[in-house]
Every structure is written in structure tokens, then in C-alpha cells.
Design a protein around this ligand. Structure first.
Ligand code: ATP
Length: 251
């Protein structure tokens, strides 16, 4: 069992792109997250697992700047996302469970428009390259996204993240509803972002996908990060043990 307090004493905050330290957070007077310590380095994929109601979405909300911690510190690339949301948003991309795109625009137009909104103007070839790197078939670049599958929509969102070159990526249940092939393809894309040095926090119930791609898996139980397991060796994770751990907590 690796409790991340060990990590926090080993390294300074500047090493972490996504950093939550000693965070208490909740809604109104109700505290949901207790003493959350979560630190993610550049080029690291962290999967956060936990039963329904464990506090995964609340954790994401902190990094997204939707929620202020009751105490403790939350930083995205050194920026407080709650008090400085505009600057913080320049440092992360967020892919929700259901990617929201402009349905009447094509994949290429969506990326161009969303980049424009982020204050970044890119030429057509940069956008094509990003869509190609995200694995979207070139025949779909100029089709309206209204007819796209969930997997195709995620590719457009990944293309946007690639083009934005953000240091952090936040993902909410990215593989729910994807077939195994699309999940494998999605994980390949996350690997691509990891190679670019992006710090990735993925909230998921998909243990197999997490074991496939994550560098660390954290288990959240009733608002407490009770265990972290790091990938090791060629087998990376003992999936049976992880499953026992995960299914056990949900019973
Ligand atoms: P799931 O897997 O079902 O999405 P989760 O791990 O993401 O669950 P959260 O959505 O973070 O869990 O919820 C944690 C707790 O906070 C739950 O008890 C939930 O009822 C409560 N909660 C969530 N949002 C609010 C809110 N806006 N106001 C009050 N309580 C909330």
C-alpha cells in the first residue's frame, strides 16, 4: 500500500501539475473529501477509482475550479483553479463523459472554433495533423459531428487537447460506453498525451482500462484516498488483486 503522503514529503509542489494537498471539500457544511492528497507529475496517468458517491466527481470539480476547498490547497500547474479560473483553464483540457461539440459543425470546424475560443489560432494543417494524430479517419474531418459515435467525439476532444498543448488533462468516465476496441484506441491516445508530458487524471469505474494505461491507480472510499498502487514491471498491475480490492469496497 502506497500512501501518497510519502510522495508529498519527497518532492516539492513544483513537480506536480495536478496537486491537491490536505484538502477538505464538500457542499455547504457537509464535508465529502477528507484530507485528500493527490499529486500528479508531467507525463503521468492517474486513474481514480471508487464506488458511487465516493467523491470522484467532487475531486474533479476541485481541479476544474467549480468548487473551493474548505481547507487545503488545489493547484493546476501552480494556479489556484477556483480563484484564478481563466488562467487555470489555459492549463488543462477537460473531457466529460459525453463530449459536447457543436453538432452542426464538422470535426475540423469544431477544433478550429474551440481553439479560437481558447485564444489560439491555428492553420488548417495543424488542425488536420491533430485530428489525424487523434486517430480520426480523414474522411470524417469535414463531416458534421452530429452523426459521430462516442469514440469519434472523443477523438475530436483529444485532437483539441493535442492542439492546445495543455499540461493537464482531466477525464470523467472516458471509456464508459466504449467497446473494447474503442477503449484500446482511446488508451493509445492517452499514451500519446503522456509522451507529450501531459499530466492526466482520469476518473473511472473501468478497472481494466485503468490497469491497461494508468501509471498509478488510487482508490477513493467515502471521500478518503485509502490506497494507491503504482504500475510495476511488465505486468504493470495484478488485475485480480485490484478487482478484489475494487469489488470488495463496493459490496
Ligand atoms: P459516481 O460514481 O456515482 O459519479 P462520485 O464518486 O463521483 O460518484 P460524487 O458525485 O463526488 O461521487 O459525490 C460524493 C458525495 O457528494 C455524494 O454523497 C453526493 O450525494 C454528494 N454530492 C455531490 N454533489 C453534491 C451537491 N451539489 N450538493 C450536495 N451534495 C452533493
Amino acid at each position: 500500500m502506497l500512501i501518497d503522503k510519502v510522495i508529498s514529503s519527497e518532492a516539492s509542489s513544483s513537480e506536480y501539475v495536478l496537486d491537491a494537498r490536505d484538502v477538505l471539500a464538500g457542499y455547504g457544511s457537509k464535508t465529502i473529501l477528507h484530507e485528500l492528497n493527490l499529486h500528479i507529475r508531467p507525463g503521468e496517468i492517474y486513474a481514480l477509482l471508487g464506488a458511487n458517491g465516493a467523491g470522484k466527481t467532487t475531486t474533479l470539480s476541485l481541479f476544474l475550479g467549480f468548487l473551493a476547498p474548505q481547507s487545503g490547497l488545489v493547484r493546476v500547474n501552480g494556479i489556484d483553479p477556483f480563484t484564478r479560473p481563466t488562467e487555470a483553464r489555459k492549463n488543462f483540457a477537460y473531457i466529460p463523459e459525453n463530449v459536447a461539440l457543436y453538432e452542426h459543425l464538422s470535426a475540423r470546424e469544431n477544433v478550429a472554433y474551440l481553439l479560437d475560443l481558447a485564444g489560439q489560432h491555428e492553420d488548417a494543417s495543424t488542425i488536420s495533423n491533430a485530428l489525424a494524430a487523434a486517430g480520426l479517419d480523414s474522411s470524417a474531418f469535414d463531416l458534421r459531428v452530429g452523426g459521430f459515435s462516442k469514440g469519434m467525439r472523443q477523438k475530436v476532444a483529444i485532437a483539441l487537447a493535442l492542439a492546445r498543448k495543455v499540461p493537464a488533462l482531466l477525464l470523467d468516465e472516458p471509456t464508459s460506453g466504449l467497446d473494447p476496441q474503442a477503449t484500446t484506441e482511446f488508451n493509445r491516445l492517452l499514451g500519446l498525451l503522456r509522451q507529450q508530458g501531459v499530466a492526466i487524471l482520469m476518473v473511472t469505474h473501468d478497472l481494466l482500462s485503468a490497469a491497461d494505461i494508468a501509471d498509478r491507480i488510487g482508490f477513493l472510499e467515502a471521500g478518503r484516498l485509502v490506497e494507491e498502487v503504482a504500475a510495476q514491471g511488465q505486468d504493470r498491475f495484478d488485475v485480480r488483486n485490484l478487482h478484489r480490492r475494487y469489488a470488495g469496497q463496493a459490496i
